[in-house]
Design a protein around this ligand. Structure first.
Ligand code: FDA
Length: 306
């Protein structure tokens, strides 16, 4: 119930505008967001790299409603790629197609990602296209598959699949057959039971099933989860199958289980931290609250303390 309410609130443009412009909102967002500027982001990324954790950086924003906003998002991503190269970060970028204008003009989003991909190729980088709600799943996969076929693009662009969707096992099979690197997550949006597993045990079981399918493919994939039971099961299974610790990576979010991120890295497992930054933090922040109701108490307590 609370999860559904928080996800519904995450889509309110009115509350978003109030929250993003309030000093209290900005303060609370720091629980999951590195800050508002590229400099904040670089500081957070350098700290994680020093702790042996790779990063993926996300310039926050989604569902832009006009061309100008989409072009501004694109410019920020080019700036990010330049800064990552300049600071020699062990980093790649994560982006959302609706932040780059998918709702405004599909060809604009396509051209933008293509140009970002060329930039990433030039610096030996990698772009991960995040997965949004199911209304975007097919278009996201089509775009990534098309760009991945371009000369020199293989290994420089990947995508995300969500274990809560029934279609994911089939999508994983197709993408792996084309050599596309996948980040597997559970899924953060509100989806109908007609297309998504409604219960956590079913999502968890599918996560493990698809994770094993990915790791058998021999490609380098990312397993995005903070779920210690799943992490433990994957560790045991990979050791039993003789899959090296370096053949894949665990991925976690900035502000969530940093202790676990650092301890896995110390034990020699690949770990990557997803670090978001920017002023358009509200939908991202609300989805983080929805994932763990205890986070709501943290926010209420912080409000109380002022
Ligand atoms: P689960 O929700 O079962 O939580 C397991 C445990 O992890 C909890 O008991 C708690 O201890 C801890 N935990 C989880 N979330 C927490 C939080 N917000 N705050 C504090 N503790 C928390 N989704 C999507 O739809 N599209 C995408 O592109 C991405 N991308 C992405 C990248 C990365 C690197 C990560 C880690 C996650 C995503 N997600 C995502 C989000 C994902 O779908 C999912 O909602 C969250 O990861 C939470 O699920 P867990 O697998 O952590 O397990």
């Amino acid at each position: 119930m609370l999860r559904s309410l928080l996800i519904a609130l995450s889509e309110s443009r009115r509350i978003r505008s109030i929250a993003e412009n309030s000093a209290l909102g900005q303060k609370l967002s720091r629980r999951f967001v590195a800050g508002t500027t590229v400099e904040d982001l670089i500081l957070a990324a350098v700290a994680m790299n020093r702790a042996g954790v790779r990063v993926t950086v996300d310039s926050l924003g989604e569902n832009v409603t006009n061309r100008e906003e989409a072009l501004r998002s694109e410019a920020r991503y080019h700036q990010l790629l330049d800064q990552m190269a300049r600071h020699k970060l062990d980093a790649n970028v994560s982006l959302k197609l609706t932040h780059l204008g998918l709702d405004v003009d599909e060809s604009l989003a396509h051209t933008t990602v293509e140009e970002l991909l060329q930039h990433a190729i030039a610096i030996g980088g990698f772009i991960r296209v995040d997965m949004e709600g199911s209304a975007y799943t097919q278009r996201t996969l089509n775009l990534v598959r098309e760009l991945h076929r371009r000369p020199g693009a293989a290994g420089h662009i990947g995508v995300v699949l969500q274990a809560y969707l029934y279609r994911t096992e089939e999508d994983a099979r197709l993408l792996c057959s084309e050599g596309i690197r996948i980040r597997l997550c559970k899924g953060a949006y509100q989806e109908a039971a007609a297309i998504a597993y409604p219960s956590k045990p079913e999502v968890d079981a599918n996560y493990l099933r698809v994770a094993q399918q990915l790791l058998r493919s021999g490609l380098f994939h990312g397993l995005a989860t903070h779920d210690e039971k799943i992490i433990g099961a994957i560790q045991a299974w990979t050791l039993q199958e003789g899959i090296p610790k370096t053949a894949f990576e665990f991925q976690m979010l900035h502000g969530v289980r940093r202790d676990l991120q650092e301890s896995l890295a110390k034990q020699g497992w690949g770990v990557r931290c997803y670090i978001p930054f920017g002023t358009e933090w509200y939908p991202y922040f609300m989805r983080r609250l929805a994932e763990r109701p205890a986070n709501v108490w943290f926010v209420l307590k912080s409000c109380w303390k002022g």
